[in-house]
Design a protein around this ligand. Structure first.
Ligand SMILES: Cc1cc2nc3c(=O)[nH]c(=O)nc-3n(C[C@H](O)[C@H](O)[C@H](O)COP(=O)(O)OP(=O)(O)OC[C@H]3O[C@@H](n4cnc5c(N)ncnc54)[C@H](O)[C@@H]3O)c2cc1C
Length: 606
C-alpha cells in the first residue's frame, strides 16, 4: 500500500544549486567522471531499482520477518534476489576506491544512493549498509594483505560486513567488553565471547560475512584502553579469498523485535574463532570510531528516510481523505466533505514533515561533502580541518535527525487517523522501524554527551566557533541591504538565524561556566542542548535553501513553483520550528537540582 518516488528534483536542487557539488567534484581529479550527465543517469537507475524492486519488499519483509533455524538465518522472500540485482548493478562498489574494484565515484554520491535505498526499504538496506562501515575500517586501518583479501570481496558485495561491539552487559559502556583474543603465535588470534544485537550478523544473502569485532588481549589494561579490533570471517579463506572451513562463529538466535523485522539482529557466539588483528593493539576503540562515525551518519540518514517515506504517503492520503469542511468555507463543494489537507492542524503536520525531510537531507548532504573532502585531502591539515567539522556535526545529525524522523513518522500515522494504526496501510511500520534509530549507534543521550562534553567543553568551544563563523559569514553576505531584491527578502531568515547563533555561543559559555561548579549540568543540559543546536543547524540550511531558491526564481522560469515552495517551507521552518529552541534553552539552563533532588528511594511508593 505504501508508495515511494525518489525525490530527484529535491536532491538535484541541493547538489547543484545549494551546495555546488559539481564544482566541488571538479576540485578533485579522482572525481572527474562525476559529471551531471553521469550522475543523472545513476539517479534514474537507482530510483528505478528502489521504486520497483525494494519498495514492494518493504511491507512483505516486515510481515514475514527473518527466520531462524538451527543457526541458519533466512531473509524474507525476494531479499536475496534484490541483493543479487544490487551486486550485479555494481551498486555496492559505486563510491569505493578503484584499486579494490570500486568505481571510484565520490562518497557523497554513495550517500544519495543510500538515501534512496534506505527510504524504499530500510531493513533491506541495512545488509549492504553495514558493509560500508566495515570497508571504511579495513581501508583506513588494514594492512596491504587485509585490504587485498577483504576489501575486494566487500566492494563487489559478494561478502558483507558487520560491526560487533555490543555484549549482553554493555552497549554504551564498551569499557566493559569481555570478549577475549588469545594470540596463536602465527599472527592469528582465537576469539571467544558473545556479541548481541549484531545487525546482518547472519543471513543468506552472501557466501561469507566479515565480522569486525572488539575484544581484549591477555593482560590488556582494564576499560576502553585495553580493547583491540579483529577481523573474524564467518568462513575461513586463503589469501586469494577461496572459501575454506567454517570458522567457530555461530548464530545462537535472532531477536524478535519491535521493527526493522526483516533485518536480522543476531546473537553471535565466538568460540575460539580465528581472527586477525586490525590496527594497533589496545587501540581498537579508536579504530572502531571510523566504523562508528560512518554508521552514525548512516543512522542519521535513517531519520531523513523515515521522514520522507512518511511524508510522501501522508500527503497522498491527506489529499484524498474527506472529513468535514474547511473553517474558511467549502473547498470541495461537489463532494460530501473537504479533504483533510484543508485543515490547518493537518497542514501543520504535513509542513513539519516536509521541513524535516528536506532540511534533514540538506544537513546530510553538507556532511557528505565533508566526507568527500576528508577522503580526498592532500595534506594532514586539510584532513584534520574537515574531520573536525564533520566530528562536530555528527552527533547533531545522528540524534537530532533521528528524533525528528521519528516525529515525522508519528505525524504520518496521525494524519491517517485510526487507519494509521492498522498494519495494512504501512504507516505504523514506519513508526516501528524509525524507533530504533534513536537507540543504536549511541542513543540520543549518548550523542548529546558527546556533543556537549567532548565537542564543546573539551575543545573549549573551538569546533562550535568554527561552525558558527561559517554561519555568520553566510549571514553577513546575504543580509547586506542591497538593491538586489532577494537579498532584502532574505532578512526574514538572516536576522533570526544570526540571533540564534549569538545565543548558541552565549548559552554554551554559560553552561561551561556552570559545569565548573557542578558537573551534573552537562548531563542535565545535554539532550536539550543537542536539540537546540540541531534546530539552529537546520535553520542555517533552510536559509541557504531559501537563498538558492530566490536566485533560481529569477532565472529558471520553468520551475518557479518548485522554488516558491522552498521559500514558503523555509518561512514555515523559521516561524514554527526554529522557535522550539526557546523551550530547549529554558530547560537546558535549569539547575540540575530539579532532576536529582528527589531521592531515588522516593521515586515510587509501590
Ligand atoms: C535492532 C538493533 C540493532 C543493533 N545493531 C548493532 C550492531 O550491528 N552492532 C553492535 O555492536 N550493536 C548493535 N546494537 C546495539 C546498540 O548499539 C545498543 O543497544 C545501544 O548502543 C545501547 O546500548 P545498550 O542497549 O546496552 O543500552 P545501555 O548502554 O544499557 O543504556 C541504557 C540507557 O541508559 C542510558 N545511558 C547509559 N549510559 C549513560 C550515561 N553515561 N549517561 C547518560 N545516559 C546513559 C542510555 O542512553 C540508555 O537510555 C543494536 C541494537 C538493536 C536493538
Amino acid at each position: 500500500m505504501l508508495t515511494y518516488k525518489a525525490p530527484v528534483a529535491d536532491i538535484n536542487f541541493l547538489l547543484k544549486d545549494v551546495f555546488g557539488y559539481y564544482s566541488h567534484y571538479q576540485k578533485f581529479p579522482e572525481f572527474e567522471e562525476a559529471t551531471p550527465d553521469l550522475v543523472d543517469a545513476i539517479f534514474q537507475e537507482c530510483a528505478k531499482f528502489c521504486e520497483n524492486e525494494l519498495l514492494p519488499l518493504y511491507q512483505s519483509g516486515d510481515k514475514e520477518g527473518c527466520q531462524f533455524d538451527n543457526g541458519v538465518v533466512t531473509t524474507p522472500k525476494g531479499f536475496k534476489e534484490a541483493y543479487q540485482q544490487y551486486v550485479e548493478g555494481g551498486w555496492q562498489s559505486l563510491s569505493h576506491p578503484v584499486e579494490h574494484g570500486g568505481q571510484g565515484l565520490p562518497p557523497s554520491l554513495g550517500m544519495v544512493k543510500s538515501e534512496m535505498m534506505g527510504t524504499a526499504n530500510w531493513s533491506w538496506a541495512m545488509y549492504p549498509g553495514l558493509s560500508h562501515g566495515a570497508m571504511n575500517t579495513v581501508e583506513t586501518h588494514g594492512t596491504k594483505e587485509q585490504k587485498e583479501l577483504y576489501l575486494t570481496r566487500l566492494t563487489e558485495g559478494t561478502w558483507t560486513g558487520t560491526m560487533c561491539l555490543t555484549e549482553p552487559q554493555c552497549g554504551t559502556d564498551l569499557g566493559q567488553v569481555k570478549t577475549k583474543a588469545i594470540p596463536n603465535g602465527d599472527g592469528t588470534y582465537n576469539i571467544t565471547g558473545t556479541k548481541i544485537f549484531i545487525s546482518a550478523g547472519e543471513h543468506d544473502l552472501t557466501e561469507n560475512i566479515i565480522h569486525i569485532v572488539l575484544a581484549r588481549l591477555p593482560d590488556a589494561p582494564a576499560g576502553t584502553r585495553g580493547i583491540s579490533l579483529f577481523i573474524v570471517p564467518k568462513i575461513q579463506t586463503d589469501q586469494q579469498g577461496n572459501l575454506g572451513e567454517a570458522n567457530n562463529v555461530t548464530c545462537g538466535s535472532i531477536e524478535d523485535k519491535m521493527g526493522i523485522k526483516a533485518s536480522a539482529t543476531a546473537v553471535l557466539n565466538f568460540d575460539n574463532a580465528k581472527g586477525v588483528l586490525i590496527g594497533p593493539e589496545n587501540k581498537g576503540l579508536e579504530c572502531m570510531f571510523t566504523f562508528m562515525n560512518t554508521a552514525r551518519i548512516g543512522t542519521a540518514l535513517q531519520g531523513v528516510c523515515s521522514a520522507e517515506l512518511a511524508y510522501q504517503n501522508s500527503l497522498i492520503y491527506a489529499k484524498e481523505r474527506l472529513s468535514m469542511r474547511s473553517l474558511t468555507g467549502k473547498k470541495n463543494p461537489e463532494q460530501v466533505a473537504d479533504p483533510i489537507i484543508v485543515h490547518p492542524d493537518v497542514r501543520k503536520m504535513l509542513m513539519t514533515q516536509k521541513a524535516i525531510s528536506e532540511g534533514g537531507r540538506a544537513m546530510i548532504y553538507y556532511a557528505a561533502k565533508l566526507v568527500d573532502e576528508i577522503e580526498m585531502a592532500k595534506t594532514q591539515e586539510e584532513r584534520e580541518q574537515a574531520d573536525e567539522r564533520l566530528g562536530f556535526i555528527t552527533p547533531i545529525l545522528k540524534a537530532f535527525l533521528t528524533e525528528l524522523g521519528l516525529e515525522s513518522a508519528n505525524h504520518g500515522l496521525q494524519i491517517f487517523g485510526g487507519h494509521g494504526y492498522i498494519k495494512e496501510w504501512g504507516m505504523e511500520q514506519i513508526v516501528r522501524d524509525a524507533r530504533i534509530s534513536t537507540l543504536y549507534e549511541g542513543t540520543t543521550g549518548i550523542q548529546a554527551l558527546d556533543l556537549l562534553g567532548r565537542k564543546i567543553l573539551l575543545t573549549r568551544g573551538k569546533s562550535l566557533n568554527n561552525f558558527t563563523k561559517e554561519v555568520l559569514l553566510f549571514c553577513k553576505d546575504k543580509s547586506v541591504l542591497s538593491k538586489n531584491p532577494h537579498k532584502r527578502q532574505m532578512n526574514k531568515f538572516i536576522w533570526p538565524l544570526s540571533k540564534a547563533v549569538a545565543n548558541w555561543q552565549q548559552y554554551s559559555l554559560r553552561i561551561a561556566l556552570k559545569a565548573k561548579k557542578n558537573r551534573d549540568i552537562v548531563g542535565s543540559a545535554s539532550v536539550d542542548y543537542l536539540m537546540y543546536s540541531g534546530y539552529i543547524v537546520m535553520g542555517y540550511f533552510w536559509a541557504q535553501m531559501a537563498q538558492s531558491a530566490y536566485e533560481k526564481l529569477a532565472t529558471d522560469v520553468e520551475n518557479r513553483d518548485f522554488y516558491r515552495a522552498k521559500i514558503k517551507t523555509a518561512e514555515f521552518y523559521f516561524n514554527r520550528m526554529l522557535p522550539r529552541t526557546k523551550s530547549h534553552a529554558k530547560t537546558m539552563m535549569e539547575d540540575p537540582k530539579t532532576l536529582m533532588q528527589l531521592d531515588q528511594e522516593l521515586l515510587s511508593f509501590l
